[in-house]
Design a protein around this ligand. Structure first.
Ligand code: FBP
Ligand code: MG
Ligand code: MG
Length: 336
């Protein structure tokens, strides 16, 4: 029993009252995500030993080949949330449409919806590089007790009540916010308990790491090219170091601890970039802002964007405030 660190369970109970809608329902929801994370973590850790590597044989609505672990993680999270009867709707990267869940208990109608990227960094699954899960939680906007509609999911990021990720890396961590700062919990695999290991996480105001797939450089807008050149120049505290894991969760996590910027710009190959607004950019933006960082589409705040489609993509620039502002500056200058 680790007396030095608070468990996630203790932390949730202690901080429940600081949550504006505190009714215990959100705590139950975070606990359900914790449970599903442990189940997926168990599978990820022994991926090479069980038939869970490689493609599942289907493509998702994004046109991507679904990996077996994408499908498994999707099933585990949806199953856990359904079984625990705490949400009235779920949307997932791996599901074409949202799922409406009617509560069996007439007396108790659920108010929360969850959007998930069940397995983030799918291209890294087979090569034993860290991957993650991303979640975003909203209160529904349509009347309680009626089936959820697309309106419940197409809410701007500013309406999120909670967001977070799990990183399955050298250690497994759950990092989340309910709008009162960002806290990180590390799983003690010996006893299956998450402990508070990274209280009040903060992005350093600036940093020396830039994370972008430079293989797409020639396809990037001029402003983005100019910013990357700026990062590579011999001047002042530059050149910065290029670090790109290819898992958004892992690149974000490192940059939040060390200071840095992650970029997935639009390009001549991908007119709106690659990342999905609802279950990748909005939750990471909420975390970034709660940790004194910044998240932008290159022009303005991600969380002000009014979503129009469940799986829409947006350009994404996220990390240390000064670095994101610099990138925005280069993008704006190139458009003059
Ligand atoms: O291989 P690319 O084009 O650089 O894309 C890598 C990016 O795509 C992602 O893998 C997209 O997420 P999924 O794996 O959930 O589809 C991000 O995690 C990562 O940052
Ligand atoms: Mg992803
Ligand atoms: Mg994914």
């Amino acid at each position: 029993m680790d007396k030095k660190h608070k468990t996630l369970g203790e932390f949730i109970i202690e901080n429940q009252s600081s949550f504006q809608y505190s009714s215990g329902e959100l705590s139950k929801l975070i606990n359900a995500i914790r449970l599903a994370a442990k189940v997926v973590n168990h599978e990820v850790n022994k991926a090479g030993l069980i038939d869970i590597l490689g493609a599942a044989g289907d493509t998702n609505i994004q046109g991507e080949d679904q990996q077996k672990l994408d499908v498994l993680a999707n099933e585990k999270f949806i199953q856990t949330l359904k079984n625990r009867e705490i949400v009235c709707g779920i949307a997932s990267e791996e599901e074409d449409d949202f799922i409406s869940i009617n509560s069996q208990d007439e007396q108790h109608q659920n108010k929360y919806i969850v959007l998930i990227d069940p397995l983030d960094g799918s291209s890294n699954i087979d090569v034993n590089v860290s991957v993650g899960t991303i979640f975003s939680i909203y209160r529904r906007v349509t009347p309680v007790g009626t089936p959820v509609t697309i309106e419940d999911f197409l809410q701007p990021g500013d309406n999120q009540v909670a967001a977070g990720y799990i990183v399955y890396g050298t250690s497994t961590m759950l990092v989340y916010t309910t709008g009162d700062g960002v806290n990180g919990f590390t799983l003690n695999p010996a006893i299956g308990t998450f402990y508070l290991s990274h209280p009040n996480m903060q992005f350093p105001e600036t940093g020396k790491i830039y994370s972008v797939n430079e293989g797409n450089y020639i396809h990037f807008p001029q402003g983005v090219k100019d910013y990357i050149k700026y990062c590579q120049q011999e001047e002042g505290d530059r050149p910065y170091t290029s670090r790109y894991i290819g898992s958004l969760v892992s690149d974000f996590h490192r940059n939040m601890i060390k200071g840095g910027i992650y970029m997935y710009p639009k390009s001549s190959k991908a007119s709106e970039g690659k990342l999905r607004l609802l279950y990748e950019c909005n939750p990471m933006a909420f975390l970034a802002e709660q940790a004194n960082g910044k998240a932008s589409d290159g022009k303005g705040r991600i969380m002000e964007l009014k979503p129009t489609e469940l799986h829409q993509r947006v350009p994404f620039f996220c990390g240390s405030t000064k670095m994101v502002e610099k990138a925005e500056e280069f993008i704006a200058n190139a458009l003059k």
